[in-house]
Ligand binder design. Structure first.
Ligand code: GLU
Length: 287
């Protein structure tokens, strides 16, 4: 099997040490096995993605000595692919338009919670088709998760993925409810774009932070619905600050760009990270 990993940052800010850690893990996993390493810029969010963040990401990775293979892939140039998948799911009757605002959902006091906050209460699930409203009102498209599972062999009970740390994991997409696959403000959601791209690019091992572990429940369902191959997963521990919380700006950790512009040696920094020599108080989360 050809080993192929990727680093897939969203260009909505500058990278910090936590990103460097993730990029190094994905890069080294491939390189140690004679495999490929790809850089994918996840810029479907047109309002938050910025070209100057993209430029900094490319310069940061180069500075760290993390060379990637082939062209950089931009999700914003792959919208037709996502649209085709949405059409397929819509055609199978598995998507419905949702007109709810965040406030509507928050106001629904009975909404249970999933790994990513309040579960969508299903308000728009059974609305009769209304082409006029569709043309007039902003809406997203949601997956009818129960219907999607019902159409799979064993009602999806056999869906699982392999995680390097957790072993075989039974997929539990219902824990996410009816996820958004096309956003009001973007033609695809993270879940849809990432699943399609990992398959289209032939990613064999998805190396990413543990914060995305539960998202894999949804990705596994999408793979089944769209007949996509299932990669192996390595959800790595996140770097945390002195308070034990995920490393973030508020910890005062400098961005990679700041270190680079201050004349630090990026390759030496990457070597220290590999040896686990991190600034005082910063380290991989224990749990
Ligand atoms: N673009 C996502 C992020 O920056 C990561 C996607 C992934 O690795 O699956 O958090």
């Amino acid at each position: 099997m050809v080993i192929h990993t990727r680093f897939a940052p969203s260009p909505t800010g500058r990278l910090h040490l936590g990103h460097a850690w993730s990029a190094i893990l994905a890069h080294d996993f491939a390189r140690e096995r004679g495999g490929r390493f790809t850089l994918r810029i996840e810029d479907i969010d047109g309002t938050r993605s910025r070209p100057e963040h993209v430029a900094a990401i490319l310069a940061d990775l180069d500075w760290l000595g993390l060379g990637w293979d082939g062209e950089v892939v931009f999700q914003s140039q792959r919208l037709a692919l996502y649209e085709a998948a949405l059409d397929r799911l819509r055609g199978a009757g598995l998507l419905y338009p949702c007109f709810c605002t965040r406030a509507d959902i928050a106001a629904s006091l009975t909404a249970p919670h999933g790994p990513e906050g309040a579960l969508y209460p299903g308000t728009c699930r059974a609305l009769p088709p209304d082409p006029e409203r569709l043309a007039r009102e902003p809406h997203c498209w949601r997956l009818d998760t129960a219907a999607a599972l019902a159409g799979l062999p064993e009602r999806g009970a056999g869906l699982r993925w392999h995680d390097d740390a957790a072993g075989w994991v039974a997929a539990d997409p219902m824990s996410h409810g009816d996820v958004v696959l096309a956003r009001k403000d973007a033609p695809a959601s993270y879940h849809l774009a990432v699943t399609i791209d990992d398959a289209a690019q032939g990613i064999s091992h998805v190396v990413r932070g543990r914060d995305l572990f539960t998202a894999t429940h949804v990705h596994r369902l999408l793979q089944a619905l769209l007949d996509l191959p299932v990669p192996d997963y390595r959800h790595h521990a996140l770097l945390t600050g002195p308070d034990g919380e995920r490393l973030a700006k508020r910890h005062g950790a400098p961005t990679l760009e700041a270190l680079r512009l201050a004349g630090q040696d990026g390759r030496a920094l990457a070597e220290s990270v590999r040896r686990g020599e991190l600034p005082v108080g910063i380290g991989p989360a224990k749990a």
